[in-house]
Design a protein around this ligand. Structure first.
Ligand code: F6P
Length: 477
């Protein structure tokens, strides 16, 4: 039994099976894992996550009592338990409810062709979401020591805090939302009973954490409007059904030292050399994202195109390096979005490319060392999400930028709350404004860029993940 149990859909590690049947372990993907990895090393932490494939299930079966020992690995915990959730349940909970419904609500992604439609099938999906959350609550209840702390992560697991409290009233529970939170008028797109269950599920925790004031305040609004709960804004508490939950804001920054150490490795230097050869001495606009609807990649490319159209002086003198890594390919919206990104990239190449100048380099194969190398070379970093819980690209880029990059940043990214003074802040829907900000970023004198970038680095590294995690656990004392 562990003194601290962490739960998230994606775990700190994932496995693959080599041809000879041997298990190979690698660090898990995703923003949450980058945030949490390393924070809990050395502590008595058990991390509970879903098995994401046959290799994960095999690893879990082979481990004594299903607990995979992570000692000696820099992965954020002493041990991991990978739950074997039936494939259909996982698919409905993860793809249909978490990523196609809750994610769309919190990122305001619904549009007319893809408007919400909650029918009998959606109800069945919801039951799977309940079963998925119950599987986590069961595992946490079994593994947590008496009086232990449980840290439950994200929108996949909004029901688990209440379910865990019912099973283990002795535990101290924190739920943390890594996404934005929808305002009540948008949140109420959800069927009333489902919306209420999401809120009541989180209110099963002692402490509900958010990345910014804005998301915390939207959650309080939803509790008031949807549940009729008593909300004390000054104290940041919600009282409902005789229980009070505290709401806290815990911004997540980057560990500058660890990031710089990783970027100093040989594989990053090799990628940097290759990129330098490709772009020669041209200025570089960099973006790095999962190909995710909320990241607004198509409008970002449209802005670059508009900048090239309005400012022909940049022709031949700038390259846009756009890394758009595959994400959630099981969902048709994501496949269509990937195709739209590729179409737009092709148009830019056809419209502006010459025999000696490739204006846009779009890379879709995930390569972490190459991303770190690109941060190092960026003159301008473009981060323009429609809406984002935090966005760590906006924080990592300045830390690794070698000549001080200008940051073009969406006002709708959580990171804008900390970085807007030194970024070129844009409305993510305003393509022309974004085009002009890219132009201004390229024009910004080197010394001014470097000064701004130094301040961005201070803000980005002020609250490293270790501190973020420790603050949440401390909020339970
Ligand atoms: O933004 C919240 C978050 O959980 C990130 O931490 C993570 O990168 C993403 O959403 C989940 O992505 P995936 O569906 O690939 O696990």
């Amino acid at each position: 039994m562990s003194q601290v149990v962490v739960a998230s859909n994606r775990g700190p590690v994932s496995f693959s099976l080599s041809d000879d049947g041997a298990l190979e372990m690698r660090r898990g993907g995703g923003g949450l894992v980058s945030g949490l990895a390393g924070v809990a090393s050395g502590q008595d932490v058990l991390w509970v996550c879903a098995s994401l494939g046959e290799a994960d299930r095999t690893a879990a079966r082979r481990a004594p009592d299903g607990r995979i020992d992570l000692a000696g690995h820099d992965t954020g915990g002493a041990a991991v338990r990978m739950l074997d959730i039936p494939a259909a349940t996982f698919h409905r909970a993860y793809n249909a409810v978490a990523n196609s419904t809750l994610w769309f609500v919190h990122h305001l992604l619904y549009d007319t062709p893809r408007s919400p439609h909650f029918d009998a099938r959606a109800r069945r999906d919801w039951q799977s979401y309940e079963a998925y959350n119950a599987a986590f609550a069961d595992a946490l209840a079994r593994d947590a020591a008496p009086g232990a702390k449980a840290a439950i992560q994200d929108y996949h697991l909004s029901l688990a805090p209440r379910m865990l409290r019912d099973r283990r009233p002795d535990l101290r529970i924190v739920h943390f939302s890594h996404t934005p939170w929808a305002p009540p008028e948008y949140f109420r797109l959800l069927p009333d009973d489902i919306g209420a269950q999401v809120l009541l599920g989180i209110l099963g925790a002692d402490h509900a954490g958010f990345l910014t004031e804005r998301w915390a305040s939207a959650f309080l609004d939803c509790c008031e409007v949807v549940l009729g709960a008593r909300v004390d804004r000054a104290a940041r508490t919600v009282t409902c059904g005789g229980r009070t939950t505290r709401v806290g804001v815990h911004a997540l920054g980057v560990d500058g030292t660890a990031l710089r150490e990783r970027a100093a490795q040989q594989d990053v230097a090799e990628r940097a050399r290759a990129l330098r050869e490709q772009v020669a001495d041209r200025q570089l606009i960099v973006r790095i994202d999962r190909t995710e609807l909320s990241k607004n990649i198509v409008r970002g490319l449209a802005a670059y195109r508009e900048m090239l159209a309005n400012h022909p002086e940049w022709h031949g003198r700038v390259v846009h390096l756009a890394f758009a890594y595959p994400s959630r390919y099981d969902l048709p919206e994501y496949r269509e979005y990937t195709a739209a990104v590729q179409r737009m990239a092709k148009q830019i190449a056809e419209e502006f490319g010459t025999a000696t100048w490739e204006p846009l380099i779009l890379q879709v194969n995930d390569d972490y060392p190459r991303s770190l190398a690109a941060y190092g070379l960026a003159d301008v970093l473009l981060v323009n999400p429609i809406r984002d819980g935090m966005n760590l690209v906006a924080k990592e880029g300045p830390v690794l930028s070698e000549r001080g990059c200008a940051l073009v940043l969406s006002r709708e990214a959580g990171a804008a709350a900390e970085l807007s003074d030194d970024a070129l802040v844009v409305n993510p829907y305003d393509v022309s404004q974004t085009a002009e900000a890219l132009h201004q970023g390229l024009l910004m004198p080197r010394d001014q860029r470097a000064e701004r970038c130094a301040r961005l680095v201070s803000a980005a590294t002020a609250l490293p993940p270790q501190r973020w995690f420790a603050d949440q656990l401390a909020a339970l004392d």
